[in-house]
Design a protein around this ligand. Structure first.
Ligand code: HEC
Length: 135
């Protein structure tokens, strides 16, 4: 009896965790980037990964990747113009990503959001500054 109660409690936890774990936007409702985050989740998360909105559309392994897997934006930093270009032209290659998934103000909101939140887990390459002689 005690065991059954424990099991039920455990199951309830698992369900609660699953519900919170996915598709959560970790950006305040009052943030100027919130609208862009919602648009990204709705229109881009199927093919791109970005932790801040719970998107996992990019490939995780070469063995299970499919053609539509786009770049992982946790790792890849984009600026606003690059995102707008990708939205208008269907990615950089124009081969797989659909064009104009979002347009006008919406496209701008997504681009500003992505420029701000992409590349947060990008690898920092160790660097040393060197001074080159100009003579
Ligand atoms: C059907 C899948 C799909 C959807 C939906 C999609 N993309 Fe893509 N995207 C891709 C693929 C695949 C690539 C890589 C190939 C390329 O660049 O043409 C890509 C490339 C990009 C790039 C270029 C990244 C780089 O550095 O190479 C950006 C930026 C981008 N997508 C943004 C977006 C945004 C913003 C949305 C939502 C409005 C979106 N994508 C929706 C599949 C998708």
């Amino acid at each position: 009896m005690k065991l059954a109660a424990g099991t039920i409690a455990l199951l309830a936890c698992a369900v609660a965790l699953a519900a919170c774990g996915s598709q959560e936007i970790q950006i305040a409702k009052t943030s100027p980037y919130r609208k862009g985050a919602e648009l990204f989740l709705e229109h881009c998360s199927g093919c791109h990964t970005l932790a801040v909105v719970g998107a996992e559309g990019s490939a995780t392994e070469t063995s299970n990747r499919v053609k539509t897997n786009g770049p992982n934006f946790n790792l890849r930093k984009e600026d606003e113009q690059q995102v707008l270009y990708a939205i208008r032209n269907g990615g950089f290659s124009g081969a797989i990503m659909p064009e104009n998934v979002v347009v006008g103000e919406d496209a701008k909101e997504v681009a500003q959001f992505l420029a701000k939140y992409s590349g947060l887990q990008a690898q920092k390459v160790p660097s040393t500054s060197i001074t080159l002689s100009t003579k």
